[in-house]
Design a protein around this ligand. Sequence first.
Ligand SMILES: [Zn+2]
Length: 472
Amino acid sequence: MAHDIVLKNGLVVTPNGVIRGGVAIEGEQIVAVGASPSLGQAKRTIDVGEKIIFPGTFDPHVHFGIADRFGDDAMTEDFLRDTKDCLIGGVTTIATTTLIGQEPLPQLFDQALQCGTGHSWCDFKITCVVNTLDQVADIPEVAHKGGVSYKFFTGYAGSQAEAFGMNPEGITPAFFHQACEQLARCGPPTFAKIHAEDPYVRGILIDRLRQTGRADQLTAWAESSPAWAESVQVYTYGLIANQLRVPLYPVHISAAHTVETVKQLRSQGLNVVGETVACFLNTTAPEMDAKGMGGKAKIQPPIRFATDRERLWQGLQEGSLSVVGTDSLTYSASFKTDGDFWDCRVGINLQVADTLPLMFNEGINTGRIDLVTLAKVLSENAAKLYGVYPKKGALTLGADADIVVIDPEKEAVLGVDRMRSRADYSLWEGRRVKGIPVMTFLRGGLVMENGEIVGQAPSGRFVGQVVQPRGL
Ligand SMILES: [Zn+2]
């Protein structure tokens, strides 16, 4: 019997190594992985000619509906228009956050689900942002609906916390302890994400640095957030979560110091899964200053320095860090550059189109990382954490046929020209890279070819898995 599609004569990146050959697809699933002659006949055979057959990537850190505009309509539009960039970049699954507020968590979760359903070009999961103790009490109900990830803005206090709907003291250890009790009730795969960054010292330093009027704004911004401030929260909240047997996932680790902290906690057997984001791996604050990026590159925690960047790469290769996300929002250039740098809201714009080319160019082409590790940090580890492995995250028998074909010899100049979202600027404008996604398959369907969306309509789905919390 003929398969639907066979991709052959490539280098297949499997969890156990790189093999010469291809994959066979039937319907939405991978039905064979192996040497090309063993794959059999297909209705459509694609000779990929030495290109790399890589698992579709999973970006677990995206924020829709909370950038230039806020709300359900904005989130729906973000799904509809901006997930196209996911396909350009080989991203086949994302996790995006709920709207940020004090509404009941099940309501926020359902709203995000509705925004994505029928509108997303890639598969998606939803992370709940937890701001109040009432929302903490809602966690088991959401877990029962298929929500496994819960985000706590532990790095925010004062007016920044209040803007999100938290008390001014933010997410204290006591608050977080109560949240972890609820997560423990739910059991695996539910887990806690934190934005780690002591807010108090940072607040003082920001005021001080702002008054200096320095021209190297992004370097000053980097200095406002000391490395220890990130580490100290990973340590504190990591111990609390693990005491209650809840995995802790610190998002966007930015500092070399924190890599050491995560490494140390993991060596003691704590379940701490460290994420870093692509911009921290691919640039530095002085470089962004030299390019005059200003508010466009103002992210919290900050893009730091070359020593941090190198330690983050090393952390990925050695396994101290497990996941690469983007922390993408759908900002426009004017939103990030009109007004004073220090008043500009934090966050960078949509990065999903560029992550894989950047990681390939700066990771594979320089020898900082190998292909199997790249697949782990861009796909497999996030899928495992979210409880959807091996359906997602690997090129293996029975998995969803989420595949990106990378041409390792193809060069491109990054910038808005490549994007198919509403993005009107790129942090990477003019950067030449080698190693470009040329085909993306979502559950067996070819959805991107040579940088163009070829699917007719958004075919992304919510990827859920229901847990049964104790006592619910
Ligand atoms: Zn974020």
